[in-house]
Design a binder for this molecule. Structure first.
Ligand SMILES: Cc1ncc(COP(=O)(O)O)c(C=O)c1O
Length: 408
């Protein structure tokens, strides 16, 4: 978080009690139960404005809905003037529900169904980002005149995890550069080619891959008739352990963006949302085995899968600290029947007892949206806080529906 953040924003410890958005975390757990996702809307507002102010020549910000599709979050971003990057019919409908204007929505995705293409064309979104020749054929036949952008695969490796690198040549996304102009020439009478799009991957720390990709697509941009934008995707780095030099990243990229013949669209996700969310969980049991002290909590990998899927370490803290207790090392694990259901292998916390509350930090991005019903567990509720107030946006699921237990 940057130094100018007002005190009621985000996470703050007051007399040993963790507060989020000005609300004591134990009060949230008491009111809504655990596990529980909480998002700070004021923090999102602050972060959005600060982040956008650094980028020159922006047509609009297409917030990546896949990051966090909570309706209150989307409405907050819409009120700030954000558009949306969607990748499914569900995300498109949710963005429209949040009153994001259709003319600020772009729709990418390597496997859009005919039904999804029909909906995108009917709602007159800003551009469909096409990734297959078949999509162009379908749109030309059924929705001539549709605004399309071509998603190119610039074959740039963004030095991030292989699992989240999408702009390298061997990934399934977009078109290779040499296919773009032949497709443009083939379909230009039928469809309106309004821009180009790439998305290099996620967790990209360095400006160099963006610069390389822009240099590669620039000749294509010059070859289009009256292009309106270049969409440089998302993927902006977030350090889950400490802060990083975001200013230098944008200082390196800005002159190149400012110098383009068209404005840019950016598709941030994680960088806006990760620190806007926490996952609150309660310790069920504590036990020791072969020298490992386990804290078994009521959240599992079905609620928050990033540590299991990407080995991402998230900071974990106690909701209440006595300040004078013993500090011990814990493995924090969930109740799911998988070894990978582990949030931390070794974290130092005050001595834990069953009933204590823990908070997994920076879970606002790729948290709830990736939750599942694995082990037939209900997904947790989503609550928003803002300057000392809280409200439920999305209740806890009931899986399977609660009722008399069938025994026969
Ligand atoms: C097309 C597209 N745009 C934007 C994003 C957002 O990426 P991030 O959250 O890393 O900024 C993604 C994430 O996978 C994506 O696929």
């Amino acid at each position: 978080m940057d130094g100018s953040v007002k005190t009621s924003l985000g996470v703050q410890r007051i007399e040993g009690v963790l507060h989020f958005g000005g609300v004591p975390v134990p009060e949230l757990a008491e009111t809504y139960g655990t596990p529980l996702y909480v998002y700070d809307l004021a923090w999102i507002r602050h972060r959005y404005q600060h982040w956008v102010s650094r980028i020159p020549n922006v047509k609009f910000v297409a917030y990546s809905v896949k990051t966090n599709a909570n309706l209150a979050v989307l409405k907050t971003l819409a009120s700030l003037g954000a558009g949306a990057d969607v990748v499914s019919q569900g995300e498109l409908r949710q963005a429209l529900r949040a009153k994001i204007p259709p003319d600020k929505i772009v729709f990418a995705g390597v496997g859009k169904t005919p039904e999804e293409l029909d909906l995108a064309a009917a709602t007159r979104i800003f551009a469909i980002h096409v990734e297959n020749p078949g999509e162009l054929e379908y749109l030309a036949a059924h929705h001539p005149g549709t605004r399309v952008g071509i998603r190119v695969n610039p074959d740039v490796f963004p030095h991030t995890l292989q699992e989240i690198a999408t702009g390298s040549g061997s990934s399934k996304f977009g078109f290779p550069l040499d296919q773009v102009l032949p497709l443009y020439r083939r379909f230009r009478e039928k469809l309106r080619f309004v821009g180009l799009h790439f998305h290099l991957g996620s967790q990209i720390r360095d400006a160099a891959p963006y610069l390389e990709a822009i240099e590669k697509v620039r000749p294509l941009l010059d070859a289009l008739d009256h292009p309106e934008y270049l969409d440089i995707g998302g993927g902006f780095f977030l350090d889950y352990q400490q802060s990083w030099d975001e200013a230098t990243f944008w200082e390196t990229l800005s002159p190149v963006l400012a110098d383009l013949p068209v404005p840019v669209i950016v598709e941030p996700g994680r960088t806006l949302l990760a620190q806007a969310g926490i996952l609150v969980t309660r310790v069920l049991y504590v036990k020791e085995m072969k020298g490992i002290r386990y804290a078994i909590v009521d959240a599992g990998m079905n609620d928050f899968v990033r540590p299991a899927l990407y080995k991402q370490i998230h900071r974990i803290v106690c909701a209440e600290e006595a300040g004078n207790s013993q500090i011990l090392e814990y493995a924090v694990v969930g109740p799911i029947c998988e070894n990978t259901d582990m949030f931390a292998r070794s974290v130092r916390l005050e001595r834990l007892e069953p009933g204590d509350l823990l908070v997994i930090l920076d879970t606002g991005a790729y948290g709830y949206v990736m939750a599942s019903n694995y082990n037939l567990r209900p997904r947790p509720p989503e609550v928003v806080v803002e300057e000392g107030h809280h409200r439920l946006v999305h209740p806890r699921e009931q899986v399977p529906p609660i009722g008399p237990v069938e025994t026969g």
